[in-house]
Design a protein around this ligand. Structure first.
Ligand code: PMV
Length: 333
């Protein structure tokens, strides 16, 4: 690849949205290169966004990372510097990265997905790299697996490469954000940072769960079926598969040794509430990531009823409603 970066001192701003996996990614076939062991299918969410600005500064002695107005140091900041090195090399001026999330960071609301997609997009512009979305997705993946999907709007699929080069592990768009208006309601039960990060959780699962191989083997069929559900706009099929994939992932995490349990009491209450609604005929299905938040997939005409049912629960502090959102883009001033 011929990357010849120009280091622009002018601030460049990019926006990327979080995404929710309808078929989950859990497990890495290479930890070092961050290559997923399974593919995944996702929905990009308009309501959960990260705005990231980058500027190179010859005067700086070290990189600066500001997250939601606070200066961040340590591991999190090192990850941002390493990502900048990865995209443009170590012979670069120091960089100032400012990032704002309009939702709780690191609480299982996919902040790493929007963060690395926005950073890849902003770096591409700031350094005039001219990378296409496939290459941006390959870079974003190296920051966080799910970030590869947030480059794209609407519904995206993460491909698995045939080898361990990483060149085949990127996402592509299945349908854009105007294809099908479905809704995702995130019941926020806790806004604190999660206890076991996804990388640690995935590695422990792969190393210790007796069910891990079955998880990897069953994934391609889930992806195939989900793509068919999307192609036919079959909501019942989409919801059933998404709930199954999430439950299978959490069952897998529970089967790790020691067990990984991301749920809190309010998570279980939210699930039971949604299942109760479904018994009454309302099309609503749950999904969950590496955190306690329960996310409910439903159709627009039922969104208010689901929202009201969730907000009533004592452990639920807030319900965020999202619809299909756009891919990463540059914010012009
Ligand atoms: O992108 P990561 O490394 O934080 O992993 C994401 C894992 C899940 O959110 C649980 C599932 C997924 O496919 O997004």
């Amino acid at each position: 690849m011929n990357i010849n970066p120009q280091f622009n001192s002018k601030q460049v701003k990019a926006v990327a949205h979080a995404n929710i996996a309808l078929v989950k990614y859990w497990g890495k076939r290479s930890v070092e290169k961050n290559l997923p062991a399974v593919g995944s299918v996702s929905l990009t969410l308009d309501a959960l966004k990260t705005i990231t600005s980058v500027a190179f500064d010859e005067e700086l002695h070290s990189d600066v990372f500001i997250l939601n107005d606070d200066v961040v140091t340590g591991k999190q900041a090192d990850k941002i510097s390493a990502f900048a090195d990865l995209m443009v090399g170590t012979e670069r001026p120091k960089i100032r990265v400012e990032s704002d999330n309009n939702f709780p960071t690191g609480a299982g609301l996919a902040s790493s997905a929007s963060a690395f997609a926005a950073l890849a997009k902003a770096m591409n512009e700031a350094c005039s790299l001219g990378l296409d979305d496939k290459m941006l997705s390959i870079f974003a993946r190296q920051g966080s697996g799910s970030a590869a999907r947030s480059i794209f709007g609407g519904f995206a699929e993460m491909n698995l490469g045939d080898d361990d080069s990483g060149n085949g592990d990127y996402a592509h768009q299945l349908h854009d954000e105007n294809y099908w208006d479905i809704r995702l309601l995130a019941a926020v039960v806790s806004t604190g940072p999660k206890e076991i990060g996804s990388t640690e959780g995935m590695n422990r699962t792969a190393e210790t769960s007796p069910f891990y191989n079955a998880w990897v083997q069953s994934s391609p069929n889930d992806i195939k079926e989900m793509k068919a559900a999307l192609a036919h706009k079959d909501f019942e099929k989409l919801g059933t598969l998404a709930e199954h994939s999430a439950m299978k992932m959490h069952g897998l995490a529970l089967s790790a040794n020691p067990s990984i349990l991301y749920w809190q009491a309010a998570s279980l209450e939210s699930i039971q509430r949604v299942w109760g609604l479904r018994k009454q005929g309302l099309p609503a299905y749950i999904t969950m990531d590496a955190g306690p938040q329960v996310k409910v997939i439903t159709l627009p005409q039922y969104a208010n009823e689901v929202k009201n049912a969730l907000i009533e629960l004592p452990g639920v502090s807030n319900v965020i409603e999202a619809k299909p959102g756009p891919g990463a883009y540059i914010l012009k001033d």
